[in-house]
Design a protein around this ligand. Structure first.
Ligand code: PXP
Length: 247
């Protein structure tokens, strides 16, 4: 069964739009835990949040609260920086997904250059694993990077589907081929295969040609759709569509 991790960063984006300067205000809303509870009620398998260096949406207190209160797994997305690694070691999330992070970007723009940063990634991975956290690397579907993920001791890869999501026609077919080859190799190397970025109800079925997928991480579309349907319904609909994945 294909699992769904719901990224609720944008729930915090909305809160911070008004309350960034008033942390702890009794009026601060929407509440991150309330949103997570709606996802749980719909059947989501995990909740993902990205604690960025600039704290533009999720803040430290959100991560500690979710770790304490969630009934499903917590997946912490993060850059491999000393400050955030120390927080992850204190939080002890179920999963960490290591991503490249750039202050100017609107969202994560591409996968990690695992080969270029192998020694730092390897060290962080073993520290997190020794602390009880399973570690995923967010990567483009490039075979060299997949091999490097295994070399660094990662438990999982999250394949970057942003290019797939923005392509159409033959270009999308070609990207599905690249994602499939990456998934085959990752699986053969013993890595769990996850995927995410830019996925919507409109494009997710085209991804079903990719083998060995275990979990999809989806944020923007679900939270955007929640404005009209409610979060519980948007997550429920996506899970229904994902039920069509044959593996
Ligand atoms: N996976 C990773 C590693 C991401 O950085 C993001 C965006 O925060 C997502 C998945 C979710 O992407 P989207 O919001 O486009 O669904």
């Amino acid at each position: 069964m294909l699992h769904l991790g719901v990224n609720i960063d944008h729930v915090a984006t909305l809160r911070q739009a008004r309350y960034a300067q008033m942390p702890g205000s009794p009026n601060a809303e929407p509440l991150i835990l309330e949103a997570a509870r709606e996802c749980e009620a719909a059947g989501a398998h995990s909740i993902t949040v990205h604690l960025r260096a600039d704290r533009r949406h999720i803040v430290d207190a959100d991560v500690f609260l979710l770790k304490k209160e969630l009934r499903v797994k917590l997946n912490l997305e993060m850059g491999n920086t000393p400050e955030i690694v120390e927080i992850a070691l204190r939080v002890r999330p179920d999963f960490v997904c290591l991503v490249p992070e750039n202050r100017q970007e609107i969202t994560t723009e591409g996968g990690l250059d695992v080969t270029a940063h192998a020694s730092g990634l390897k060290e962080t991975t073993s520290r997190l694993q020794a602390n009880g956290t399973r570690v995923s690397f967010f990567v483009d579907p490039v075979l060299e990077h997949i091999r490097a993920c295994a070399g660094c001791g990662a438990d999982m890869v999250e394949l970057h589907t942003g290019t797939f999501a923005n392509a159409s026609g033959k270009e999308r077919d070609a990207e599905v081929e690249r994602l499939s080859a990456a998934a085959e190799l990752a699986h053969a190397l013993g890595l769990q295969v996850n995927a995410g970025h830019g996925l919507t109800m409109r494009n997710v079925c085209d991804l079903f040609a990719v083998p060995h997928l275990a979990e999809l991480n989806i944020g923007h579309h679900l939270v955007a759709r929640a404005i009209t349907t409610g979060l519980r319904e948007s997550v429920r609909e996506m899970l229904l569509v994902m039920g069509g994945y044959g593996g």
